[in-house]
Each structure stands twice: as C-alpha cells, then as structure tokens.
Design a binder for this molecule. Structure first.
Ligand SMILES: *Cc1c(COP(=O)(O)O)cnc(C)c1O
Length: 416
C-alpha cells in the first residue's frame, strides 16, 4: 500500500511533528498537560482531516449523485473518491465493495438484517466469541431470537486468547456465520483472523470481522485475510464520528437484500414495484454523511502516509514500556495478557473501584476509560465488575505513561 500524504513527506517517525498535527493534544486540564489515553473509545483528529471537513463545507457542499451542475459533481467525486480511498486502505478488490455506514455498529447490524435475515433460519447457529463488543453480540442475539436460531460463543483462555479448538468444534452444518473481533477493545488481544477464516471456510461458514480496533493499529488486507465482511468505524481511525464502512465481498453484497428503503438505494419506483440500485448504493439509503465520508478518506490517507511500519514501530515498544511501568504499581493486575496484543492496557487495582481510579487520575490530567468497555461478558469471564483501561495511539508518549503511573501512585496514597 504505497500512498503518500503531503503532510507527512518524510517517512521517519517524528513524534513531535505527529503531535503537532493534532491540535487538541496541546491543551491542559487545569494546570496539568492532557494525557489522552482513551484512544480505544475514540481517537483525536489530525489537521488534514479537520481541513478536509472545512474545505468540503466551505467550497464543495452539494447533494451527491444525480446532480448535473458542477458543484454536485465535485461533491459526488469527493464522496466516491473517499470510497476508493477506504477500498485501497482495506485492500478491497473494488470500491463497490465498500458501503458507507454510520459506524461499525451499523455495519454489523446491516449484515445481520440483510444477509442474516436471508440466511439464518430456525435451528441454525451464529458463532461469536466471549471477547466481542456488545455491538457484535446484540445484533446476532436479536437475529437469533427472531429466527429461532442459536448463538454459540467461543470461550477464552486466562490470558484472553480465543480457544481455537473450541472455535473449530463449534462450527458445523448449522453454522450460518462466524462473527469475530480482529482486536479486542478491552483486552488488546489480536486474533489470528486468517487462521480463523480458514477454519470457518473449511466448513463453508462465512466470516464477519469487527475491525474497529485493529484498523488503526495494523495494516488490514481483507483479501489476504480472506474474510467475507469487515467493519471499521471512522472516529477510531482518526476520522469523523458518524461515519464507518462495511467491506463485503461483491458476490455476497449482490445477493443480499437492501437494508433500508429510500432515496439513492433505488433504481426506479412505482407503486407496483421498486427496483433497487446496484451495490454499493443499494445499501446507502438517503443522503449520506458526505462530509464524514470525505473526512474518513482524508483520515485513511493520513494513516497510510504515516505508514503502519512507523506506527507499529512506535506503538509496540510503547506498549512494552507501559506494561512494565504498570507492573511496578503495587496491587495492580493486568487483564488481557495475550502473546499477540496491541496498544490496550486493562487493569484492576486491589481494593479500588475502577471508577475511583478514573476520577482520581483525571485530576492529574490523565484521560482513561473505566467500566466494562461494552464487553460485559469479558468482565464476567475475568471475574471483575469493571477495569480501568489506558489505550494508545500513534501520538502517545512515554511521558503520558509516566503521568499515568504517577497518578496511580496518588490513587494508592488515597486508598492506602
Ligand atoms: C468501538 C468498537 C465498536 C463499536 O464502534 P462504534 O463506532 O460505536 O460503532 C465495536 N467493536 C469494537 C471492538 C470496538 O472497539
């Protein structure tokens, strides 16, 4: 994937220069510098994304498709151009395999409500894992309830890895879909998706991958993974909120019924009969989030410009640094210690509720998330009500980790 971005011309990673591209990071919380360590919930936005949004509204705004005048054509080109950028970013075979959605959650619901309702029947099964985000649990629960199908769940090891043997044994002739997260948002575990896809395809089972976390930490190549569907969410890709993308293999998308009815998804309408537009438009009813898509296009170009080699070369040692630093805090236990993990540090502190950790470190300028992280079954699996979670991004620094550890020392002082 050889993209270039004019804002990041030299490929050597300069953390100071990277941080300057994210204006929000320079602010202070009270008299403390902001240490933003909640990237797994949402990432900050770099100037090229902010500029793409304001440029669009200042000079290109018009409704897309069907407009014959120049401005509408420019807006259409920018929107469809963004689709091409996302297709390249995920290495889809063609832009038509990219459907713009509101977020990852909508991508999963789209598949559940179209492919799922068409394919899953009474007595069938859908397989997910214990480490799924609620967004990759509830849509399947709803579908299974409607269809009289059964949701099967792959268990986890004590370090937070998928039990692959169990996964293989859950797949069978009744399995209509396997839906699995690429990288866990509460454990950091990176799942061996390629291997999982092989196991599933050997049984004729299509695979949806939730790439909400993976896509901003590592290169994703949907063709190399071999998956059938892949969802991403713009706001975690350094892009805008309210925009996401669903990748689907063309032949599956072609065979799927539409999701919502309305404008743009039709080819003709009479009261007797409506015929549907082709993919991807068949799945994009109504005026889409045009600016969001353009912002997402700028975001994936920005990421590709920085390069995943540089990003992982920065984030991987930082995770090691943070892991070692947190392990020095008395009474701290990390949840999620998979051998293959990235950029997420979930932990509990003896005798302190996660919520209190979050509140006290906030007074030191440190933004971390506390709670169940929309993965309640993970909390249950590890026997904790909640965790505190620090999560890294390309602009995270050892100084921010030090600030977190110092703040945790304060927490220890308060709670004795
Ligand atoms: C954030 C996240 C989601 C949901 O993303 P939305 O943008 O809220 O749709 C789903 N799965 C994982 C693993 C996530 O991290």
């Amino acid at each position: 994937m050889a993209h270039t971005d004019p804002t990041v011309t030299d490929r050597t990673f300069d953390i100071g220069r990277i941080r300057e591209l994210f204006p929000i990071l320079a602010q202070r919380v009270g008299d403390k510098p902001l240490a933003y360590l909640d990237n797994a919930a949402t990432t900050q936005k770099p100037r090229p994304v902010l500029e793409a949004l304001s440029r669009y509204y200042a000079s290109e705004n018009a409704n897309i498709h069907r407009g014959v005048y120049a401005l509408s054509q420019r807006a259409t080109d920018a929107y469809e151009g963004a689709r091409g950028k996302v297709a390249r970013f995920l290495n889809a075979a063609e832009p038509a395999e990219i459907i713009f959605t509101r977020n990852a959650t909508e991508g999963i619901n789209l598949v559940a409500q179209t492919f799922g309702r068409q394919q899953v029947g009474d007595g069938d099964e859908v397989v997910i894992s214990t480490m799924e985000h609620h967004s990759n649990i509830v849509p399947w629960q709803m579908l299974c309830e409607e269809k009289g199908a059964r949701l099967r769940v792959v268990p986890l090891t004590d370090s937070g890895e998928l039990m692959l043997d169990e996964l293989a044994s859950l797949l069978g002739p009744r399995t209509k879909l396997l839906s699995i997260v690429h990288m866990s948002n509460s454990l950091g575990t990176i799942n061996p998706v390629r291997r999982v896809v092989e196991l599933a395809h050997a049984q004729g089972v299509p695979v949806l991958v939730d790439g909400s976390q993976a896509a901003y930490h590592m290169p994703v190549d949907v063709q190399a993974l071999g998956c059938d569907f892949y969802v991403v969410t713009g706001h975690k890709l350094y892009g805008p909120t309210g925009i996401g993308a669903l990748y689907g293999r063309r032949e599956l998308l072609d065979a799927m019924p539409p999701y919502q009815g309305g404008g743009d998804m039709i080819s003709s309408v009479t009261f007797e009969r409506t015929t549907y537009n082709e993919v991807p438009h068949k799945f994009e009813a109504g005026t889409p989030h045009i600016a969001g898509a353009i912002g997402l296009g700028a975001a994936v170009d920005f990421i590709a410009g920085v390069g995943f080699d540089a990003i992982t070369a920065h984030e991987r040692p930082l995770l090691q640094y943070a892991t070692a630093a947190l392990e020095t805090v008395p009474g701290l236990r990390l949840i999620g210690t998979a051998s293959d993990k990235a950029s997420i540090l979930s932990f509990v502190l003896d005798g302190v509720h996660a919520h209190d950790i979050g509140t006290i470190v906030d007074t030191e300028g440190v933004a971390i998330r506390t709670g169940h992280h929309c993965t309640q079954p993970v909390m249950e699996r590890f026997g904790v009500p909640a965790t505190a979670r620090a999560s890294l991004a390309m602009y995270s620094t050892t100084m921010e980790i030090d600030q977190l550890v110092a703040a945790l020392t304060k927490v220890r002082e308060v709670f004795g």
